[in-house]
Ligand binder design. Structure first.
Ligand SMILES: NC(=O)c1ccc[n+]([C@@H]2O[C@H](COP(=O)([O-])OP(=O)(O)OC[C@H]3O[C@@H](n4cnc5c(N)ncnc54)[C@H](OP(=O)(O)O)[C@@H]3O)[C@@H](O)[C@H]2O)c1
Length: 245
């Protein structure tokens, strides 16, 4: 029987992960903040393996759950339904969007540790946060392909990380283990592992706004596991916290 992926958040990342999962033969239960009745078109595009539900149903009826909402929504997530589950955190801290979070500004913890503390009963694994959704969709390749990319994963529970590694493999990616959630700053916004490696070389002569548009549209370049490991090892934690639009 096919495994089921629960997805909380049906936007850019949630929609892309759902598409990859369905293509890999997973069932998908997808949810958003406005209710399943608003997800008709999304589910129709995904096909027979997908259905819409509430966030709590997406969490309860699934083998693995992806939480992919703006970080500011963390406190509105179904905490009880997520307890006891492996939860993939794709979220990034963007103060402009999410408001200031003191524990993150002080670098007392990474955004995934912050999320894990909010969900003490869940096993949080950080993944998918350091690649633009366009490249996430376009760089997926079957196992063994010479141009397969890797994504970094981190988490405090090794069996949960193994579950997520298996999911990534099915979706078209190798996984590079970065360690615990405390180490996940190595691929948070402003790190050298954040989005840029998968973009490739920015064309000359583009204005800032044009670069953003190009980054949104380019299919990207493959980034093998060894490169992810080298970039993670070489990461230096700067003074600025959080991403900037
Ligand atoms: N965009 C990217 O390329 C990218 C790449 C890596 C990581 N990320 C990170 O991944 C997260 C999602 O990004 P995105 O671009 O996919 O966002 P998005 O397109 O704005 O979609 C956000 C989704 O979250 C849902 N949502 C918001 N509050 C919710 C709640 N309380 N309960 C359930 N669902 C809720 C929204 O539902 P409604 O529409 O019904 O409100 C929407 O479906 C963010 O933290 C972002 O920083 C983004």
């Amino acid at each position: 029987m096919s495994a089921t992926l629960g997805i909380i958040g049906s936007g850019n990342v949630g929609g892309t992960v759902a598409r990859l999962a369905v293509a890999a033969g997973w069932n998908v239960v997808i949810s958003n903040s406005r209710g399943p009745e608003t997800l008709g078109e999304v589910v129709a595009r995904l096909g027979k393996r997908a259905r819409a539900a509430t966030p709590a149903e997406a969490a309860q009826g699934s083998d693995l759950v992806v939480v992919t909402v703006p970080l500011l929504a963390y406190s509105r997530l179904p905490r009880e339904a997520l307890a006891g589950r492996t939860v993939i955190d794709t979220m990034n801290y963007y103060p402009e969007r999410d408001g200031r979070i003191a524990q993150l500004d002080s670098r007392e913890m990474t955004s995934s540790e912050f999320f894990q503390r909010h969900l003490p009963g869940a096993r949080v694994v950080k993944a998918f946060n350091n690649i633009v959704c366009t490249q996430l969709g376009s760089l997926a390749r079957p196992a063994g392909a010479s141009d397969r990319s890797a994504l970094p994963v981190s988490g405090d529970d090794n069996p949960a990380k193994a579950e997520v590694t298996n999911l990534l493999d099915a979706l078209g990616y190798d996984a590079t283990d970065i360690g615990t959630l405390a180490e996940s700053w190595r691929y948070e916004p402003r790190s050298s592992l954040y989005c840029a490696p998968y973009l490739g070389t920015i064309p000359d002569g583009l204005a800032r706004q044009e670069i953003a548009q190009w980054a949104w549209e380019t299919p990207g370049v493959p980034v093998p596991a060894q490169t992810i490991k080298e970039l993670a090892d070489a990461s230096v934690r700067g003074t600025l916290v959080g991403g900037e639009f």
